[in-house]
Design a protein around this ligand. Structure first.
Ligand code: GAP
Length: 435
């Protein structure tokens, strides 16, 4: 297995157009990133796979897309205004600020190296504040959401009623969240603007433990099915003192990042905390009426909450492979077909018009189904290397023989095996491979 460093992945991501630093031409905004042509496809594919498995393929889960800006009362009711904080210290010597629980040495400043210079820790609220409308007053203050989950809780009754849902059922959402992290870092692992993929699964209180276990297994398997190496994944149950203010049990799916095991996704039993709090604060009765037992009660909630941007990063790390071929290093991004940004590259062997014309025809035909790159620059060897590095599963080469036999060479990214396939049959052939 290739040992990959953070620098290797962040350099490749920049060089090949997966991820750029936000506001780079102005010196770069630390902790926010822009996704380039390849990154946007990979991120979209990750989100599409999550949506497929969590919504499309399930009879018991529906989707939602709620607003980023919500009433301030939402965050008062949810407890975020009071409790969504991290402990922060400031170094008296260099004035850098740090999250205490993430320091390797709680006495030593990682920026200037001095010891014993930290202030007393204070709780720092992570929510971004802004104002609605033209007046910057306290009454107009709103927060950018720090999790997508609350948009689901406040729409619980809207969604249940309009879709006539019966327990157990889930509501899923993918979208941007914002946290004013004290120490963002490790490239796109911890940023201040990021995307989440969250699902709130409402069930009877007595069934919550069973569903908790169900979602742990299901979510772990999702990463494995998309090709993440099982040896790089583990489940870790939280100790009682680690639990969020709303949770009675939580387990993380962790990935073995270059700096060690760290969180990819949290699965939590949020009990009836959120629906109860929103009922209390809004005055709306958010209890569920059970026709079978003629009872009204607050459902419990099991929440698998994953980071879309963080997961995309983990897939890039996991896919990165170095191999030695003919005494040269070949870098291959072994992404699952479904995640690969480009599925196929069409490569005419030379820039001669008689090869460009059929290559364009083949690419146009394949584009009806897949994202295809037509690459005519540089030697064929360098073009293969580039496609390997960005994870394109198949290269289709049009050479001078193609003019005679109306066939092309299809090269498999992982095995490098080559097969001659008639140009007319390429769509059928590749459809059989890209399942
Ligand atoms: N609704 C529950 C919730 O938000 P969380 O563990 O704070 O739980 C869920 O966040 C997931 O969102 C994390 O496992 C992580 O993948 C992602 N995430 C959280 N903060 C992030 C950040 N600052 N940058 C990137 N991803 C983040």
């Amino acid at each position: 297995m290739t040992e990959v460093t953070l620098d290797t992945i962040s350099n490749l991501a920049k060089k090949r157009g997966f991820v750029f630093q936000s506001s780079e031409i102005y010196g770069g905004l630390r902790s926010a990133y822009d996704y380039g042509p390849l990154g946007v496809e990979l991120l979209r594919n990750v989100k599409a796979e999550w949506w497929r498995s969590m919504v499309q393929e399930r009879p018991d889960v529906v989707g939602l897309d709620s607003a980023v800006i919500q009433a301030r009362q939402v965050w008062q009711a949810s407890g975020h205004e009071e409790f969504f904080t991290d402990p922060m210290v400031e170094c008296r010597n260099c004035h850098s600020r740090h999250r205490v629980d993430k320091l390797d040495d709680p006495d030593r400043c990682p920026t200037c190296g001095k010891t014993g210079e930290f202030t007393e820790p204070r709780q720092f609220n992570l929510m971004f504040r802004t104002h609605m409308g033209p007046v910057d007053s306290e009454e107009n203050m709103v927060y950018l959401r720090p999790e997508t989950a609350q948009g689901i809780f406040i729409n619980f009754e809207n969604v249940r009623r309009t879709n006539r849902l019966k327990l157990p059922f889930g509501i899923a959402q993918i979208g941007k969240s914002f946290r004013n992290e004290i120490t963002p870092g490790q490239f796109v692992f911890r940023t201040r603007e990021f995307e989440q993929m969250e699902m709130e699964f409402f069930c009877r209180p007595g069934e919550a433990d069973e569903w908790f276990q169900y979602w742990l297994d299901k979510r772990f398997q999702w990463y494995v099915d998309l090709g993440m190496r099982p040896e790089n994944l583990r489940l870790r149950h939280h100790d009682k003192d680690e639990l969020s203010h709303y949770s009675t049990s939580t387990a993380d799916v962790e990935y073995r990042f270059p700096w060690g095991w760290d969180e990819l996704e949290g699965i939590a039993n949020r009990t009836d905390f959120d629906l109860k709090k929103h009922s209390e604060h809004s005055g709306e009765d958010l209890r569920y009426f059970d026709q079978e037992s003629n009872e009204r009660f607050f459902p419990y909630v099991i929440e698998p909450a994953a980071g879309a941007t963080r997961t995309t990063f983990a897939f890039l790390i996991d896919g990165y492979t170095e191999e030695t071929v003919n005494d040269e290093t070949r870098v291959v991004m072994k992404l699952h077909h479904r995640l690969a940004p480009y599925k196929i590259a069409v490569l005419p062997l030379s820039k001669k018009p008689e090869l460009i014309e059929p290559a364009e025809r083949v690419a146009a035909e394949l584009r009806k189904r897949w994202i295809v790159e037509l690459d005519v620059t540089q030697s064929i060897g360098r073009r293969y290397r580039r496609q390997d590095e960005i994870g394109t599963p198949f290269c289709v080469t049009i050479d001078f023989d193609s003019l005679e036999d109306q066939a092309a060479t299809v090269r498999d990214r992982d095995t490098m095996d080559q097969e001659r396939v008639s140009m007319d049959g390429l769509t059928t052939y590749l459809a059989g491979k890209l399942v």
